[in-house]
Ligand binder design. Structure first.
Ligand SMILES: Nc1ncnc2c1ncn2[C@@H]1O[C@H](COP(=O)(O)OP(=O)(O)O)[C@@H](O)[C@H]1O
Ligand SMILES: [Mg+2]
Length: 400
């Protein structure tokens, strides 16, 4: 039965084609599935990695915090006295991962919360330094805002700015330029004001540090800050370092009783070593200001340190006239205001007192619903200031 054979043959051909097609289909499917598997595997390892990262992150978050502290002293047995950021000082062990020779006073470290042991060295912070001082790019005080004090201003410029900007001049004349200049005088006589004006008018970088902040705000860091400030000054030379309220770091103490005193002492020692350490031609000048030159450590005043003193007296008649003009510049004055009378009524008062009088006179006008300030307002303001001054303190000290 040929027909049957043919049919069988046809059937087997059909079968074969079918099988072949099916195989091809399966192969394609297999390839697709393999690709998919690869993709999924990659996805899985990515998720595993994510999981790992999140786990470590979680682990980190669960860890108890470390306490930051600064090293005050290294003891002979290898332990250290540290001042923790939470306040008190501790004697603590140092983890063996920190080499002994790396431990230095002033260094920032992290403490374990339980044992308070030093476990890590932290990088020195740049920020407290920046907080401790201001680099005065352009303070808004100019020479026109200063009444009197012409000699003082000229002297500051000659002794501070000139050697920085024209060192050759001193070499040609053959004299040593002064290194440190100290502004002294009662509070409110314009020392800070002049220094800021010099910063405004000068072409040198002006770095201002406040002595009291160095020792009060940045406890344990004063000495390091001083070092860093001078490093910065050298980097930015020509530069003027202005240490305002120098007496806060430089007062003379006979016995060092508290750790606060020791801190001040260390800051002072660092300042002295910085003053000695740089050459005159190193393009860094130092300007200091103090109300209390009498309590300064004589070591500060030795030659080569603050060896030039510029005194700021309470202003004379002419200066007081100028200061009144400056502080009433923006005021709406009645024509009965007589500067001559104001000057003669304010003997022995300082620039800061005069500024206070002008503000107070303005306040009297406001209280009286006037926008024009009269001679009587000034009289009342002067009377008020002088009556306050009759207390224990001198009037000027009320305004500083
Ligand atoms: N000679 C002056 N001319 C103008 N204003 C002055 C003068 N002296 C003091 N003042 C005013 O008194 C304020 C305080 O003076 P300041 O320079 O801080 O005094 P000191 O640093 O000597 O204690 C100044 O900001 C300024 O407004
Ligand atoms: Mg001052």
């Amino acid at each position: 039965m040929p027909g049957t054979t043919d049919a069988k043959k046809e059937g087997s051909i059909e079968d074969t084609t079918y099988t072949q097609n099916y195989t091809r289909h399966l192969e394609r499917r297999l390839r697709a599935l393999e690709t998919e598997k690869q993709i999924l595997q990659a996805e899985r390892s990515r998720l595993e990695k994510d999981n790992q990262t999140l786990r470590t992150e979680l682990e980190k978050l669960r860890q108890s915090p470390l306490i930051t502290a600064s090293v005050i002293e290294i003891l002979e047995d290898g332990r250290a006295i540290v001042k923790s950021s939470t306040g008190p000082n501790f004697v603590v062990h140092v983890h063996s991962s920190i080499p002994k020779e790396r431990m230095q006073p002033g260094m920032r470290v992290a403490l374990n919360q339980r044992s308070f042991a030093v476990t890590q060295e932290l990088p020195p912070p740049k920020d407290p330094m920046i907080r401790a001082m201001e680099i005065e790019e352009a303070p808004d005080v100019s020479f026109a805002d200063i009444g009197g004090l012409k000699d003082q201003l000229r002297e500051i410029r000659e002794t501070v700015e000139l050697p920085l900007l024209k060192p050759d001049l001193f070499a040609q004349v053959g004299i040593e330029p002064p290194k440190g200049v100290l502004l002294t005088g009662p509070p409110g006589t314009g020392k800070t004001l002049c220094a800021r004006a010099v910063a405004h008018e000068t072409n040198a970088t002006f770095i201002r540090v406040i002595g009291s902040e160095l020792v009060q705000k940045f406890i344990g860091e004063g000495a390091r800050l001083v070092r860093e400030i001078f490093m910065l000054a050298k980097e930015k030379a020509p530069a003027i370092v202005f240490v305002d309220e120098l007496d806060a770091v430089g007062s003379h103490r006979l016995d060092i009783a508290t750790s606060g005193d020791r801190e001040v002492q260390r800051t002072l020692m660092q300042l002295l070593s910085e003053l000695d350490g740089f050459e005159n031609r190193g393009q860094v000048a130092v300007l200091g200001a103090t109300n209390r030159p009498d309590i300064l450590d004589p070591a500060l005043l030795r030659p080569g340190r603050f060896d030039r003193i510029i005194e700021f007296p309470t202003p004379d008649d002419e200066s007081r006239g100028e200061i009144f003009k400056i502080h009433t510049r923006g005021m709406n004055l009645h024509e009965n205001v007589d500067f001559g009378r104001l000057v003669s009524a304010t003997h022995n008062l300082t620039g800061a007192d005069i500024k206070a009088i002008c503000t107070e006179a303005g306040m009297f006008a406001i209280r009286d619903s006037r926008i024009c300030v009269t001679s009587e307002d000034f009289s009342k303001a002067i009377g008020k200031l002088q009556s306050r001054g009759k207390g224990d303190q001198a009037p000027s000290s009320l305004y500083c």
